[in-house]
Design a binder for this molecule. Structure first.
Ligand SMILES: [Fe+2]
Length: 188
């Protein structure tokens, strides 16, 4: 099979998002293409697997358009590390490359009208392994943890760079939320 490059993938993302404005329909079209890109990783290098110890993971940006659109990146998670529940305020697709990431989807029960308050419970847990995908809509809330014994690597695609959106990070135990911290990212 011919190699599918990051450039071709981004061109396909542009075509999809120009012709389609519905997030669910975009996701449906992006998943098979993201799986194709994640299935052969000639575009990857060892540096994609370097992690920031304090953060617990390492992000490598493969594409971000001038208006922060079409963010494509890899994330390498250290074993046992992850992130607290958060939203993205844009659509997203994740496909596993190596290792095992547990993705927890949370259900929000309050109406969002009380500043700083959020009542969340676990809705489902999905283990994302190589070639497996999960996806989310702008207001979906998820958390991620590398539940394997080796660093994991996954491909992440977002309608817009998450860092450019006004996102929230949630604390389900204390039923609070705050602005999502900016992640440390490097460019490929
Ligand atoms: Fe996320």
């Amino acid at each position: 099979m011919a190699t599918y490059s990051v450039t071709e993938f981004v061109n396909d993302l542009r075509l999809i998002t120009q012709s389609q404005k519905d997030d669910s329909a975009i996701i449906e079209k992006v998943i098979p293409l993201a799986k194709r890109l994640a299935s052969q990783t000639d575009w990857s290098s060892d540096s994609f697997r370097s992690c920031d110890e304090s953060q617990g993971f390492g992000i490598t940006i493969l594409n971000e358009d001038e208006d922060n659109a079409l963010m494509v990146e890899t994330i390498c998670w250290l074993p046992g590390r992850g992130v607290a529940p958060h939203d993205h305020q844009t659509w997203g697709v994740v496909v596993g490359i190596d290792g095992e990431e547990t993705n927890v989807n949370w259900k929000r029960h309050d109406d969002g009208k009380r500043e700083g308050f959020a009542d969340l419970t676990v809705e489902e847990e999905i283990i994302v392994g190589p070639a497996e995908a999960c996806a989310f809509l702008p207001n979906d809330i998820h958390s991620v943890r590398n539940t394997g014994e080796t660093p994991s690597l996954s491909l992440h695609v977002y309608g817009y760079s998450p860092g450019s959106r006004k996102r929230s990070e949630f604390d389900p135990l204390n039923k609070t939320y705050k602005p999502c911290p900016q992640r440390i990212r490097s460019r490929a």
